[in-house]
Design a protein around this ligand. Structure first.
Ligand SMILES: [Zn+2]
Ligand SMILES: [Zn+2]
Length: 261
């Protein structure tokens, strides 16, 4: 099984818009380190032909798929409805054209309802032959639950993300948890012993709605993954600092990183 990091930035990307000359605000990140240039967070879990699951459709989706030479996916699952995880939904229309039908999409009732308000046109029926919009085949999921998505068995669980809830997932040896400040016992038990754990870690200091370095290391002590990979990183998460300061077995993701388990 492979997990491809399409993007690993927080909601504003790195660099953020701005900076003294308008070329970008890098925060604490060294602009000379290419692995500090991050697009918005998303991954693909790939378990062979017909088994390619896209997690979220952020605003950078089109460039991310082109960069990774991925022409199509078999299903999409949404972690939550914040803009940095859904704003690229319209790009799915090209995948509809490639697969010749509606695209299976998974999410909780609350998340799919919110997405349907913002992208109402993607929730109308498939009406061939002329379709120039995304068409979603919506499947609601409960948390916690175990579902088959893109031919893979995926364990789903709730995570606390400030005032809202997000969906975390484990597919066999790999797990993806983004936009999370609290993991409850159900989540920790589902994650325990996973081989490769990709976890949102926005910054070094305590944060009300995202994981931070010390918190992620505490969770890791409980879960005991072989490999812990940080994602959804904000502008104070400099690659060089992380290389020097994270313990063995914990590393920063970068756009395009491919993990195997
Ligand atoms: Zn986010
Ligand atoms: Zn969020």
């Amino acid at each position: 099984m492979e997990m491809i990091i399409l993007g690993c930035a927080g909601s504003a990307g790195v660099p953020m818009l701005g900076g003294p000359d308008g070329a970008g605000d890098w925060g604490e990140c060294d602009p000379g380190e290419p692995r500090n240039r991050r697009t918005r967070s998303s991954v693909i879990i790939d378990d062979g032909p017909g088994r390619r699951l896209l997690v979220d459709t952020g605003p950078d989706l089109r460039d991310q798929l082109l960069a990774q030479r991925i022409g199509t996916v078999d299903a999409v699952v949404y972690t939550h409805a914040h803009a940095d995880h859904i704003a690229g939904l319209d790009e799915l229309r090209t995948i509809n054209r490639i697969i010749g039908g509606p695209l299976p999409v998974y999410g909780t009732v609350e998340v799919m309802d919110e997405i349907s308000v913002r992208f109402d046109y993607a929730f109308r029926p498939w009406t061939p032959p002329r379709i120039f919009r995304p068409v979603l085949d919506v499947h609601h999921v409960a948390l916690p639950s175990t579902r088959t998505m893109a031919g893979m068995t995926v364990q789903l669980f709730a995570q606390r993300h400030g005032r809202t809830e997000t969906l975390g997932l484990r597919a066999g040896p790999m797990a993806y948890c983004t936009d999370v400040a609290e993991l409850d016992d159900t989540a920790l038990e589902t994650l325990r012993g996973v081989d490769t754990w990709v976890i949102g870690c926005f910054q070094r200091e305590v944060h009300p709605s995202h994981g931070w370095v010390a918190q992620v290391l505490r969770w890791r002590d409980i879960i005991q993954p072989r490999r812990t990979v940080l994602t959804h990183m904000g502008p104070d998460m400099d690659w060089g600092w992380m290389q020097a300061n994270l313990p063995d077995g914990v590393e920063a993701a970068y756009d395009g990183l491919r993990l195997h388990a």
